[in-house]
Design a protein around this ligand. Sequence first.
Ligand SMILES: Cc1cc2nc3c(=O)[nH]c(=O)nc-3n(C[C@H](O)[C@H](O)[C@H](O)COP(=O)(O)O)c2cc1C
Length: 312
Amino acid sequence: MKIMLAPMEGVVDHLMRDMLTHVGGFDQCVTEFVRVVDQKLPNKTFYKLCPELHNGGKTPNGVPVRVQLLGQHPQWLAENAHTAVDLGSPGVDLNFGCPAKTVNKSKGGAVLLKETQALYDIVKAVRDAVPASQPVSAKIRLGFEDKSLAVENAIAITEAGASELVVHARTKTEGYKPPAYWDWIAKIKQNTDIPLVANGEIWNEEDGKRCQEQSACTNLMVGRGALAMPNLARCIRDGEPPMAWEDVAALLIRYSGYEIYGDKGKYYPNRIKQWCGYLKRQYPEAELLFNDIRRLSKSQEIVDVLARQASH
Ligand SMILES: Cc1cc2nc3c(=O)[nH]c(=O)nc-3n(C[C@H](O)[C@H](O)[C@H](O)COP(=O)(O)O)c2cc1C
């Protein structure tokens, strides 16, 4: 079984990847998407979203981090894929699932799921541009408005030479609302031989098992679930119980050190509130903490609340 940490723009940055892979259980990470329009991006864009490139494309704990690209032009995606791999990304991932309006208006992300040929052309161009030793993976939803092209799209991506396909088991229209239709991944599996990774609505060990059964897929990707329960990957893999709140609180403090050091605290208040928002799902204590820090806008004030809580 492989467990991957999902890419989450604005949430799972290199600090969060470091933290969650430090907790453990993950085999691979994917970066937030790098938006490709009509040019070759400078190296600094790749280093910014994936500082792990300075470390051979791995987190400090040695977990590989693959750069994800989002765009619509096969040639520009191919050129930038080549750069990403050249800089040390262990392969490249293509985003065909992003629901954001701005992204879809310029024909990137999930809107491409309406155009099977476009998916084929992009994957083929990227596959041809990247050395054969480096994987080219894709991440899709089941469709844009409906699921009628789910299998066809997966076949096109396979025929274009992709090495792996992550399936977020919902359409763009279904957004992030439960349920996820894991059984559709089994349908895709019946019609392709590409290695699959099942994704969507895995919040605990039980969900992981049900997803594996219904999708007929052993490999999983988890996103929001890993933010709500930082040792989710180990719960699924080893049957470990959910991490105790005391340990989560210690992680929050550790994260505070990272974030403040990393960006002088500019983004920290929002990031920590956002993380608390996810933790509330699993830990009632996170709700209390969230209420305590909700109105605070200065990093130091938030850190003081966390430190006080830890000393209780
Ligand atoms: C805030 C947020 C940002 C996301 N950013 C990305 C992204 O950059 N690339 C991508 O392929 N998917 C992105 N996703 C989708 C997730 O990778 C994942 O497919 C989705 O959240 C379902 O998995 P989950 O139920 O385990 O969270 C994002 C999801 C959320 C909630």
